[in-house]
Write a protein that binds this ligand. Sequence first.
Ligand SMILES: [Fe+2]
Ligand SMILES: [Fe+2]
Length: 350
Amino acid sequence: MEQVSHRERILVVDDESQVSDIIAQCLMLEGYHCDTADCTDHALSLCARNHYDLIISDIMMPGKTGIELLGFVRRLYPDVAIIMVTAVDDRATAVNALQLGAYGYVIKPFDLNEIFIGVVNALERRRLSIQSREYERRLENDVRQRTAEIQRREEEICLRLSAACGYRDLETGSHNRRLGLYSAVLAQELGWAGPAQDEIRISIAMHDIGKIGLPDNILRKPARLTDDEFAVIKTHTVIGARMLKGSDFSLLNMAHAIALSHHEKWDGTGYPYGLFGDEIPEPARICSVLDVYDALVHKRIYRSALPEEEALAIMTASRGAHFDPDIFDCFIDVLPRLRTIRAEVRDREE
Ligand SMILES: [Fe+2]
Ligand SMILES: [Fe+2]
């Protein structure tokens, strides 16, 4: 008769070598690869060297019991199926073994057919459980990919929306990209969770989106603004907030808070509402530090770029007045990383 060759490898553990030899020979005749061990320690050392699909183990053995072996195997090799072999009067232990994760048990004295059926069943169950775990893993992977795709899409929509504003205001898209990257670094340093870091990176680009509602002659005026004109400029905060308010998405809620409050000052002298200290949402307090920094060190329609040293001197004088002192200190700490971002994302004319 032609022998069927299985790829599965089986380890038979019994302190009585006649028992393990008989089982192993019977299974080898069925085409399985088999090894034998005479105690738990021997079995574990074989497991460390070879890959097994199934272990058939006696429970009562000198030294560590088969139940202990079962515990080690479940922990170290969760994909290995294990069948326990037990004496007739040992049913309670057998049930316990099943609860601990054994795939089945055979009661001594056994008929070799029983062993064979147990082996086929256990291997099939193991195959199905590995397959279903694979399937779950693939599903999780798909969900992760889809989520990342949605995130990229959201980000692109937000950036394009803010870029639409850039067509009118001469403030560049690179300013918004830099603010996004700066804010993620600062938020991380402040201990924000990963998803919130992503949210500020994306939503901060919309801080000045309300400028889309301002008249060109004021927005693009290359000279100093009159008080009345400045009063108009200030309305970009509430216009932006109106555009972004009332969303179900936390990303847009954060964008709303930033658009509305990024010109508020820590000492209560900012606009539009003169909020004071912690009343100003944290994302807006972060934005105000980064927005001022990036604006000062880059060229604007009404002035040239300042050397960083000068910009920092001006900003330090406003620590605790314009800026939240803790966020400002954190900003100083991460400055070297912000400089790298500046070097990488330059304005077109730079
Ligand atoms: Fe602004
Ligand atoms: Fe800005």
